[in-house]
Write a protein that binds this ligand. Structure first.
Ligand SMILES: NC(=O)c1ccc[n+]([C@@H]2O[C@H](COP(=O)([O-])OP(=O)(O)OC[C@H]3O[C@@H](n4cnc5c(N)ncnc54)[C@H](OP(=O)(O)O)[C@@H]3O)[C@@H](O)[C@H]2O)c1
Length: 263
């Protein structure tokens, strides 16, 4: 009698272990395979956008780099990025991009494309109230402020397929309201507007799991910047910053070196 009791207990334990193992392996099988992270960078054919594409590609991301003229974006193609056409001021381009990405997950959107103005570059700002033109203001706003609004709007469905969606708006210290040095007119005012875009997107999307920040890359050696900082260094610091963003950091303004900036 005793031997039967021991045997049935042993059988029961074996049965339980087998059932648990089957359950665990079935649970694992149902988990979606670890998928490749994806990032879309606007204005990726030169300057900081190109360096973002290079370094995200080297880290194993699926990189979508956009360019106004994809046929000329040879350096971007050479990084291995998927190149797509996008002028951020074009409703047709934005709609076509959203259509092409329909149903595809996007983890990070970097609103990088930017326009400084017709004659001046960062660090050579001599624009004064008397020589600012209506057209310069319109052009800067259309690219720097409205571009990120409508690109973000169009790509929300793809971003919502990500577990941890992030929108990174590339801003500048020239947008800061809390310092008193004079700033480029069209550029500074439109980038201050971009910071408000960050604020609004954060306010609306944070509860849906999004992280949205403004990020200033520092004064870089590019066509626009003519600064001391090499893009390879600035981007090399911004990518880990973007990867390690936590919820508390959303809705705020960051410098490429990890320090927080006042608006
Ligand atoms: N470099 C700096 O020191 C510095 C400092 C602070 C902030 N930033 C910001 O960093 C970002 C990148 O700057 P960068 O120095 O790399 O500038 P950049 O060398 O002048 O490159 C600008 C990029 O934006 C694209 N772009 C301009 N207008 C566009 C439009 N309407 N639609 C789509 N793409 C457009 C350009 O494309 P095309 O080749 O077709 O013109 C180019 O790919 C900008 O948002 C800028 O404001 C730069």
């Amino acid at each position: 009698m005793e031997i039967y009791r021991k045997l049935s207990l042993k059988t029961f334990c074996l049965f339980l272990t087998a059932t648990l193992l089957a359950f665990v392996s079935e649970t694992n099988a149902e988990e979606p395979a670890e998928t490749q992270l994806s990032v879309l960078i606007t204005g990726a054919n030169r300057g900081l956008g190109l360096e973002f594409a290079k370094q995200f590609g080297e880290k194993g991301y699926h990189v979508i780099g956009t360019a106004r003229s994809p046929e000329k974006a040879t350096e971007l193609k050479d990084t291995g990025a998927e190149v797509m056409k996008l002028d951020v001021t074009s409703e047709e381009d934005i709609a076509a991009l959203a259509e092409a990405l329909k149903g595809k997950k996007l983890d990070i959107l970097i609103n990088n494309a930017g326009y400084f103005g017709p004659t001046l570059s960062v660090g050579k700002n001599t624009a004064k109230i008397n020589n600012i033109t209506r057209q310069e203001m319109i052009d800067c706003f259309t690219v720097n402020t409205m571009g990120p609004i409508f690109v973000s709007q169009a790509l929300l469905p793809s971003l919502k397929l990500s577990k941890f969606p992030k929108i990174i708006n590339i801003s500048t210290r020239s947008s800061q309201l809390s310092t008193d040095r004079s700033k480029a007119w069209g550029y500074g005012v439109s980038k201050a507007g971009l910071n408000m875009v960050t604020n609004n997107l954060h306010g609306e999307l944070f509860k849906q799991g999004f992280i949205v920040i403004s990020l200033a890359p520092g004064h870089n050696q590019t066509d626009m910047g003519n600064g001391d900082l090499e893009p390879v260094e600035s981007i090399g610091k911004m990518i880990p910053l973007i990867e390690n963003l936590t919820k508390e950091k959303s809705g705020r303004f960051w410098f490429y070196n990890g320090k927080e900036l006042p608006w």
